[in-house]
Design a protein around this ligand. Structure first.
Ligand SMILES: [Zn+2]
Length: 394
């Protein structure tokens, strides 16, 4: 039987409920732990803190590693991206690890992989992740490709990823160049399609032959050096699968927050941002930056309607306008130098002896004084013989 006191604790009053709710809301705004409440089965999940809606046409290229703009993230905000999938063996594990933490990421799929594993693409969409593309065959030569070569790689990558999706509109207009080997042709073609080209802010080298522990170490070290940013990983690597749970745990422990990026649509406007929020090297308050609106032709036309200055406006000057065109010659320095030379006292000429150096013995003779040369008696034997060969070496 429960006593009166415990019954009271077990049945909180409406005021206690209200206070608890307010406290919970405050907590949710102040730390990443808030979104854990929305993660079924994992009250301590990292979660996803917010959705950032971006307009590719306003910001066609991003990523601090290669471009002057990157995502307008706040301090301690992280966007996780995965390239080169889907590959069921590892992509499914990555999806499960992200699901356990209720983390939303961005996947850049390869068309050839989507063709081989269309279900893998549908799993990305079903889990609510953002899907972009990463070419058809992942050529590591896009920096040298012509427009004609780039075009089918980009187009087929999109076509096969779309074909794998139940709803093709689930594909975002995001593109990542294979190997980050950017080039003018691929960038201009992507821009013509309205694609946003994503580089990255930092890597974890998970395509190299390193351990999962090293991938985790690099990811965290590079993130902490920047304080925020876009992390590039690969969902086709065992080492990435090994590193990912620890990376997410560390993000949670160090109060980093996950941001989910989606593309703007007619029904979903871009998140309001300032142009400078996108700059990789954001100017400080100490840097002079022009904030005035640009001068337009209309402004100039308006200025032209004012009366021009006439010569008569300067009629109150003492010098007549014609005389003012002939400027007087400056009195300095020629006359002044001539005058000083004329009045300068004559000093005695220096003796020629002042420029004569005392006689110096030839180098061979000087060396003879300190070097004991084999077969000859030294005129002044050196206390410690020096080898001639050593002196000559340069
Ligand atoms: Zn790749």
């Amino acid at each position: 039987m429960r006593d009166r006191k415990s019954a009271c604790v077990g049945r909180p009053t409406w005021l206690a409920v209200l206070l608890g709710t307010v406290a919970g809301m405050a907590l949710s705004l102040g730390s990443s732990g808030a979104w854990a409440a929305d993660c079924p089965g994992n009250p301590n999940a990292l979660g996803t803190s917010r959705v950032l809606v971006v307009d590719p046409r306003e910001h066609p290229r991003l990523g601090a590693m290669q471009y002057k703009e990157t995502l307008p993230l706040r301090d301690h905000e992280v966007v996780i991206t995965f390239d080169d999938g889907p590959l069921p063996k590892y992509s499914n594990q990555v999806l499960q690890i992200l699901a356990d933490q209720c983390v939303k990421a961005t996947f850049f799929t390869i068309g050839r992989q989507a063709k081989a594993d269309p279900e893998g693409v549908r799993k990305l969409a079903a889990a609510g992740h953002t899907i972009g593309t990463h070419s058809q065959n992942h050529p590591l030569s896009m920096n040298r490709m012509t427009l004609e070569q780039v075009q089918p790689e980009v187009d087929q990558g999109i076509a096969w990823t779309k074909a794998a999706l139940t709803d093709p509109s689930a594909l975002s207009p995001f593109f990542r160049v294979p190997g980050l080997l950017r080039g003018d042709a691929v960038e201009s073609y992507a821009a013509s399609l309205g694609l946003q080209v994503w580089s990255a802010d930092f890597l974890a080298d998970d395509w190299r032959s390193i351990s999962g522990a090293k991938v985790h170490e690099l990811a965290m070290k590079r993130l902490e050096a920047r304080g925020k940013g876009i992390l590039l990983l690969h969902d086709i690597q065992a080492r990435t699968v090994a590193a990912l749970p620890k990376i997410l745990a560390d993000l949670k422990a160090k109060n980093y927050r996950i941001v989910h990026v989606v593309a703007a649509t007619p029904d979903r406007p871009a998140t309001p941002t300032e142009p400078e929020d996108w700059l990789v090297h954001r100017p400080s308050d100490e840097t002079p930056v022009a904030h005035w609106p640009a001068i337009t032709p209309a402004d100039l036309a308006g200025a032209d309607t004012r009366a021009r200055a006439a010569l008569d406006d300067f009629g109150n000057l003492d010098v007549p306008p014609t005389a003012s065109r002939t400027l007087p010659k400056p009195a300095w320095p020629r006359p002044l130098v001539k005058q000083r030379l004329a009045t300068a006292p004559a000093l005695p000429a220096p003796s020629a002896e002042l420029f004569t150096w005392p006689p110096v013995a030839p180098l061979s003779a000087r060396r003879h004084q300190v070097v004991r040369v084999e077969g000859q008696a030294a005129t002044k034997p050196a206390s410690r013989p020096v080898r001639l060969a050593a002196l000559r070496r340069r």
